[in-house]
Design a protein around this ligand. Sequence first.
Ligand SMILES: Cc1cc2nc3c(=O)[nH]c(=O)nc-3n(C[C@H](O)[C@H](O)[C@H](O)COP(=O)(O)OP(=O)(O)OC[C@H]3O[C@@H](n4cnc5c(N)ncnc54)[C@H](O)[C@@H]3O)c2cc1C
Ligand code: FES
Ligand code: FES
Length: 481
Amino acid sequence: MSSIVSFVLDGKVVDVRFDHQSGLRSTTTVLNYLRSLPTHKGVKEGCAEGDCGACTVVLGELGPDEKIHYKSVDSCLVFLPMIQGKHLITVENLKLSNGQLHPVQQTMVETNGSQCGYCTPGIVMSLFALYKNRDVPTRGEIDDALTGNLCRCTGYKPIVEAAAQACVLHGVDELTYAEPAVAAMLKTLHGKPLHIQTDGQQYFRPTTLAEALNLKHKFPKATVISGATDIALRVTKNHEVIPLIIDLSAVDELKSVTEDDIALKIGGGVTLSDLMPRLVNGFGALREMLSVFGSQQIRNVATLGGNLGTASPIGDTLPVLIAFGAKVVLQNLEGKREVSLDGYMTGYRQTVRKPDELVVGVVLPKSRPRAIVKSYKVSKRKDLDISTVSGGFKVELSTGNDVALITLAYGGMAERTKRATAAEQFLIGKKWERDTIEQAMPLIDADFTPISDARGSAEFRRVAARNLLLKFWHETAKEGV
Ligand SMILES: Cc1cc2nc3c(=O)[nH]c(=O)nc-3n(C[C@H](O)[C@H](O)[C@H](O)COP(=O)(O)OP(=O)(O)OC[C@H]3O[C@@H](n4cnc5c(N)ncnc54)[C@H](O)[C@@H]3O)c2cc1C
Ligand code: FES
Ligand code: FES
């Protein structure tokens, strides 16, 4: 295992050592590393928690198709070892060799897309990722690319215009011509496992599942990370020195999505961005939920395994996964087991996962033709916000419009994601009609004692939970199930 992190920056391989001389830790963020260089001060820190996008950079990754794929990330949440074998692109790298600006920079100038300029490098990098990934993007795609970037003074109209004007060249720019050389460098760096030891801290980055399971067996108390979008905040906000980290982000075996007649099998390390395009044909409810999950910068690194790993009562994927009847796949050295996600959480941030087990996947069964699954997120803002209440619901009706099967899973209503069992039992065998729904709505209270907090009062949560059931009925009755 190597203790040197290598990546491509400014057209060459950079080797980073973690010693007293460099002053770097394995949990030094890419943002702080870049800010320590004299040549990369364009990247800015706003919030250090993934909310403002001032720190946005783009990572180029060599895919299984041998092509480089470009993704925007919040550099304040990415630990340096996580960019091993990747191409780190900052705002300084966009300028053309003849001194002219990159198309996304030039159109920002022409549309007056910047005032104080603090957010501008981050916005330019988000637009650059859009430029590389979408030719002639829709307004929705532009908005989505900018969800993770906060601009306090300019207003988004000129920035949206800049995106629309710039992203029309099929993603071609000088970086395109440099790709063969960069790909050759990345190839030599791929598959290198890391073990970094600094004061009071050990960081392992295995590249195979077998190595990862061995490490978790040896160090059951180690902190596992996949995308680190949750764990990084312990470093950036609480200034914790996490003693032992096992980073799964280089384990390719956890990144596959396969499909058969019965189910979609999703690796625990699949990022939410990579998962979204696979969620077609009946899996729309999960895709909908992911479309309001954080921002593109977050979804580009956050994983399904990590979301289940947080065991958060307001985690957004669990209610809808329960509605689908999904199972989590847990693995340790002794073997694999599948656990229904309905029984996965046992209390506040508690699950049935054993200390030496990893979340290696999720089995998402295909719904029967008459079943409808929907997901709902109630939050103060539509985008980049934490759920106050969320719901994942499924109903299957008989030909006579009777409820044959129903699942009503709620997040934000208790110490864990939970089903409204009293309401479900009442509805079974009843007509799927407004009268019955109105009788079932008060029964939701029987299963929950929500709390009041900054996001909403207990009473707000109760009312929202009842109304989500009414909304579900309204939408499914309209669809004429
Ligand atoms: C700005 C911002 C916005 C966010 N928005 C949302 C949102 O809209 N909805 C939402 O639900 N969450 C949100 N989150 C929280 C977080 O991004 C998600 O929970 C995400 O899915 C975590 O995935 P990760 O891979 O980054 O997890 P990590 O941070 O790597 O890990 C999270 C937890 O899971 C454990 N873990 C990770 N992988 C595994 C594994 N394979 N096996 C066992 N344990 C594992 C870790 O030990 C840790 O306890 C947001 C976070 C930020 C910073
Ligand atoms: S500094 Fe705000 S998202 Fe990174
Ligand atoms: S230009 Fe000032 S914050 Fe965006």
